[in-house]
Design a protein around this ligand. Sequence first.
Ligand code: PMV
Length: 340
Amino acid sequence: MPAISSSAPGKAILVGEHAVVYGQPAIAVPVEQVRARAIARAAPGRAAGTIRIAAPAIGLDSLLDDLLPDHPLAAAVHAVLRELEIGHPLAFDLRVTSTIPLAAGLGSGAAVSVAVIRAVAEFLGRRLADEQVSRLAFEVEKLHHGTPSGIDNTVIAYARPVYFERGSPVNRVETIPVACSFSLAIGDTGVPSPTSISVGDVRRGWQARPEHFERLFRAIGELVRRARQSIEGGDLEDLGECMDLDHALLVEMGVSSPELDRLVAAARLAGVLGAKLSGGGRGGNMIALAGEGKAGLIGQALLDAGASRVIITTVRASTASFATGERMKEEENEDADSGG
Ligand code: PMV
């Protein structure tokens, strides 16, 4: 039996982070330059049902049965076995690797889950629909982050630009046509920042000053709708302005940091169309929308300003679009934190 390999991209949130947890829309794009990969290979010498998981980057090499059920890798494998109603699969080895930085707002956890879910399902002879993959990855996200919006697993499972709105029980997921290709320079502050912390702080802020925070969430939602029109209409100047305004609102929300602000300022000085933090904030990555042919220059300006790493990615023009309602089973626990 041949080994089955599956990989999934990282992601960047273009506009709408944090407000998306509170029901506003957000737009995210895949980042193909960094990927998580999972390889499933038969282990014919072992008893049926024994699954070994190796993830060298985190020093893991263990049998599935020896891992706690809420370990993210174990949870992803269990989710597939449950979905396919398979109790004792053929013995296999699963190897997981990733080039996506951890706790940096690039979706590493969701990408690992998506790669594992697809590799295991295919190894067991089933190809899951993107929607199914996204739903299973969301189950894993919830275990660790409480109330994630679902945007990470969605954009990574579909691997296309998505307009996402959390709903209960059905999320709105639309892949959006891109009228004109655009490039992003993604600058890493090098400061690890678990999303659960900034999401928790925003929740506490919202509980203390609901009107203030709801005004910010609504203003961000408006920008996301405007940004979508800019992407569909090919107006990159306007998209850049939406990103700048979004960053200002995120600063007001308290989720930026001196390092993020420094990279955003350096990008603007180098002549971007727009720049903002991306993801949970406080550290992790920022993104800059580069005018045509300028991404390399902007990337260099970010490195000069102290970025620990720069990724240049291009979102290609495409006419394809579709919409779906995704049922995500998000009944519980409005008080828990989210994370990434
Ligand atoms: O840090 P990331 O990329 O996982 O971003 C999370 C985005 C938030 O809106 C802050 C949280 C969420 O669950 O959507």
